[in-house]
Design a protein around this ligand. Structure first.
Ligand code: AMP
Length: 228
């Protein structure tokens, strides 16, 4: 097992590009903690808390949750991890969040190692989102068009209930893509200026993409640890 202690990798790209799927395949192979802000919010919503209701309200409108709240959630999560390497999936999504991440990482003696930018066509994105099915128990992804569960409505892995996300409707998808263009796209430039971005086209076989990304993560981190 490769040990990437202190590494901080960011996965960025349009909603539905496959950040969560790839991050959840790669994290266990490199002993990294996979932190998905979207998953953290959905867990909070399921708990029925007052905070969960507030989060549901933003998600139901296809809007981003406030920077202040997201930053706090991520800080709490990172502070409990010691030196463990991290993949951040779905964060930062605004320049404000990127600045806050820099600050919190520097407080922990860390910095961003690499940003993996995933891209594909808008047509594929829309089909992935409209057909997406998610296990309510283990969060495994399926798709009505590309990857149906063996038994309809039941997760292949944990037998949990498989359903559509409430924000995967045609109207909310448009709204989320718009939010991405306005607020999240500039985050790529923010890291590109620091030479930290590597781009991957994810139309191809996901096993192949996964292996190429794993090599890029290992290489970037080896470089970082050897520069003293
Ligand atoms: P995701 O599962 O990453 O598509 O996230 C689902 C929803 O959670 C998003 O559409 C946002 O409403 C909210 N969300 C997740 N991550 C963030 C973030 N970093 N900043 C603001 N809102 C977020």
């Amino acid at each position: 097992m490769d040990c990437l202690e202190n590494a901080v990798f960011l996965f960025l790209g349009l909603p539905g590009v496959g950040k969560g799927t790839l991050a959840s395949m790669i994290a266990p192979e490199l002993d990294l903690e996979h932190i998905s802000t979207g998953d953290l919010f959905r867990t909070e919503i399921k708990s029925g808390s007052a905070l969960g209701e507030k989060l549901q309200d933003s998600i139901d409108k296809g809007e981003l949750v406030s920077d202040q709240l997201v930053n706090q959630v991520v800080k709490n999560k990172i502070s409990g991890l010691g030196n463990k390497g991290i993949i951040l999936d779905g964060f930062p999504r605004t320049i404000e969040q990127a600045k806050s991440l820099d600050q919190m990482l520097s407080d922990f003696g860390r910095s961003v190692s690499l940003l993996i930018y995933l891209e594909t066509t808008k047509e594929i994105i829309k089909k992935r989102l409209l057909g997406r099915l998610v296990c309510e128990n283990c969060a495994e992804n399926f798709n009505e068009y590309f990857k149906q569960p063996k038994v309809a409505g039941v997760c292949d892995f944990c037998q949990g209930k498989v359903s559509k996300r409430t924000d995967d409707t045609a109207e909310l998808i448009e709204q989320r893509l718009l939010q991405y263009q306005m607020k999240t796209a500039p985050v790529k430039d923010y890291y590109q200026h620091r030479g930290l971005v590597v781009e991957f086209n994810v139309e191809k076989n996901s096993e192949q993409v996964k292996s190429t990304i794993i090599e890029a993560l290992k290489r970037s981190f080896q470089k970082e640890t050897f520069v003293v």
